[in-house]
Design a protein around this ligand. Sequence first.
Ligand SMILES: NC(=O)c1ccc[n+]([C@@H]2O[C@H](COP(=O)([O-])OP(=O)(O)OC[C@H]3O[C@@H](n4cnc5c(N)ncnc54)[C@H](OP(=O)(O)O)[C@@H]3O)[C@@H](O)[C@H]2O)c1
Length: 402
Amino acid sequence: MKDIIIIGAGGVGNVVARKCAAMTSVFGRILLASRTKSKCDAIAADINQAMGVERITTAALDADNVPETVKLLREFKPALVINVALPYQDLHIMDACLEAGVHYLDTANYEPRDVAKFEYSWQWAYQERFREAGLTALLGCGFDPGVTQAYTAYAAKHHFDEIHYLDIVDCNAGDHGKAFATNFNPEINIREITQKGRYWENGEWVEIDAMSVHQGVDYPHVGERESYLLYHEELESLVKNFPSIKRARFWMTFGQEYLTHLRVLENVGMTSIEPIVYQGQEIVPLQFLKAVLPEPSELGENYSGQTSIGCQIRGVKDGEPRTYYIYNNCDHAEAWRDARAQGVSYTTGVPATAGAAMMLQGLWLKPGVYNVEEMDPDPFLKLVAELGLPFEEKINPTLAFD
Ligand SMILES: NC(=O)c1ccc[n+]([C@@H]2O[C@H](COP(=O)([O-])OP(=O)(O)OC[C@H]3O[C@@H](n4cnc5c(N)ncnc54)[C@H](OP(=O)(O)O)[C@@H]3O)[C@@H](O)[C@H]2O)c1
């Protein structure tokens, strides 16, 4: 048993706290730390009451403050930090982990606050420092990024000699009953989908206007949904780690209601990250918008429907062309029953917990900075299934894409 600190007490932090608390043979003492301590206290009180012991303690922490984070790490002495705060904190928490000698895991790659751009270069630049310190940093261990890379690694290990075409398909066919809300942090979510789309083809990145390429995709147990080509961070590491890939794309579904709201918000300037002066005070419109939207952790209770996320792959096996589809469907109502969360928080928090367990059990520890597909997918996907998200696979199906 090893001790951990979870940083971030939002939708995902809640799931990670509950799942880690339940795995008493792997996780020892657990400290839940975040900017707003009352959110940590509410989650911890619920878990501690249900378990009848003080399983989780809490602390206030501004993780952008590196000395404050180092102090907390040195006091609590965890083996690992699970960072489920926001991408802005990634580098600060990595710095603190290096200083205090603690392993690191996150679920989303670093983004600077003032540029809506996400890429791994900033975090990959920590490779030597983590290697020299004998510490492991595991990047992007949620569902996508995260499980989608483990699915690709699993496909490469068991079903293909070479992967040539990869389409990651992400459908949320759920209904939370709100006119407009995002399923994870609204600021990060809206930055992601309003930037230009990008995909990998024949050794280079092809850029497209945001949401300009879309098609219907038939999702298992859901049916056909319009799916939009976006840039998503795992494409960057996957094409690096699987150089046989000729084309890699990421598709996500959006309902018309969501897109209409988003278009209006964009048109009136509410999604901008350029600061403006309002009544003598500088505010960022997107941050103001986040403040008036529901929080991801508030959406769970009456959420119905399912998510369906997976990888559609084309390549060769034993000289023959092969197609393959590996995916998981997650029911929002079941996620609520299991972890008081909606499906998107759940599908992120479960793999983060499983990745942390892999690290603490020594199965996924190697000094340096790694993406999920660089680790053995088998024990991870087995544990992700045991924790609530089993995969299904189809060999040689008809895929949605040529
Ligand atoms: N890989 C995937 O599949 C996937 C999917 C969904 C989300 N994610 C990632 O998961 C992370 C959490 O998402 P979420 O939906 O849980 O977001 P959320 O509900 O907005 O929660 C974020 C939490 O981080 C805390 N926080 C923000 N700044 C902080 C700071 N400087 N120091 C300490 N704590 C800070 C927030 O505190 P306050 O309460 O004070 O605001 C909040 O508790 C995000 O990075 C998101 O991109 C990954």
